[in-house]
Design a protein around this ligand. Sequence first.
Ligand code: FE
Ligand code: CA
Length: 535
Amino acid sequence: MSSGLPPNLPTRRRVLTGAAGAGLALIAAPGMLRRAAAQSWRAGDPFSLGVAAGAPRPDGFVLWTRLAPEPLASNPETPGGMSGGDVPVGYEIATDPAMRDVVRRGVASAEQAFAYSVHLDVAGLRPGRSYWYRFTNGDAVSRIGRAVTLPAPGATPDKLRFGFVSCSNYEHGYFSGYRHLADENPEFVLYLGDYIYEYIEERRPVVRRHSDGIEAATLPTYRNRYAQYKLDPDLQRLHAEVPALVTWDDHEVQDDYADKWGKFFDDPAQFLIRRAAAYRAFYEHMPVRPILSRPEGPIMRIYDRFGFGDLIEISMIDGRQYRSREACYTPPNKGGTHLESNESCAERRDAGRTMLGFAQEAWLNSNLGHSKARWNLIAQDVLMAQLGIKQDSGFGFSTDDWDGYPANRGRLLKRIHDSQVSNPVVVGGDAHSFFANDLRLDFDDPSSAVVATEFVGTSISSYGPPYDLIAKALPDNPHVHFFESRRRGYTCVDLERAHMQVRMQAVSDATDPKAEVATLKAFAVEAGRPGVVGA
Ligand code: FE
Ligand code: CA
């Protein structure tokens, strides 16, 4: 391709048969490189799934791609149409989008054990700036992506724009929200879960089909789901242009799961096998840190912390892997999300129940306690505010979001209050609705202190819950300032030292691949005063 490229790197595994050091040897031997460059990818583009950057730090980031010349190939022995051992993949990092000023080049490894994905952990770069990168293999060159390094820890940046997204069900619509968020040119995007959906839609209208027609539950079927989503041009563009901070929710594994408990409390040992496959596929497709996040069986650490100078510290939370099982499950068919009142379910309010798990809770407490940042963001998967829905039997509360774990929520909010965390804000997804909420020390007492502010972003495409049911409940939940479940989109945050502006962006029609976008509602938070402004 471009004359600015280094010599092409070898592609086919058979070129490297057996020799662990072969990649390095080849780099050192230009003659061999030229011969290896004759390898071609006539069968398909190995970079069909695009590129992504993530996990930014002041001196580096993680660059991701996955070799998949046949992205939807379903043979578990040859994921993405690849076979053989690890494959060396060349990379270049430049200070300009045209890749003229290359400051780093080398060879990364596409790991056979992880579906030929690359997780290149780059260090030693300068803080607080953009870099551009691409991968090469044989005669194939990836698209160019943008990465960022975070400002140095002592830096005092005065503004930051970031977005957050959740819940992109491929069958429910197009991903125009991803495209429009890319147009906003944010520093990074928080992916708050339900990046894929494991199930097949059988009740509601379908805009485009999950290609294999079966619920993802095994490594090949989860891989297939990620590959199909990654082929979406809007998602691919957002990843190429904007670095990602990621966590997950339930649909990356199974609807409403909690730790080792599936939706219907099937055999936990069996469920953990499924979870291991799902987590592994997540790792294979996300720009997460290999040292932190490489999965071991059903265990994978994704919670992580990011500081943008002294302006904001972001704690990315895992709300699924460590939580207590859903309260008051009653077989045979009342698994997963359901409403329970104080009378119908004492278990929900049990003090021993946890959403975060005690290790993650201690880690979060430590972050919040030590943070010197002006703003402190808790980025997690589900609605944190209480939402009581009046029923014949009293108020009902969802068992799948923080209402299913009120003891943990109470501890967290009390901790934030007692330790006077500077400007705490919570963001979430999962609800397929926009919410703007005050988080109170005691939700049942409208005069209790407002401790933090919460914004929930609507889904990119997934259908929303019944509007009337929740709208009718709002007078009973005065801490909820805004609710809208009928629109799809994303949220964009413009942060300054004294002021946070939150724009809820709605697309015109998620069933239209060319949908337009407009601001549905904008809110603010003023530094020093927790709570929603502008409702
Ligand atoms: Fe969802
Ligand atoms: Ca969810």
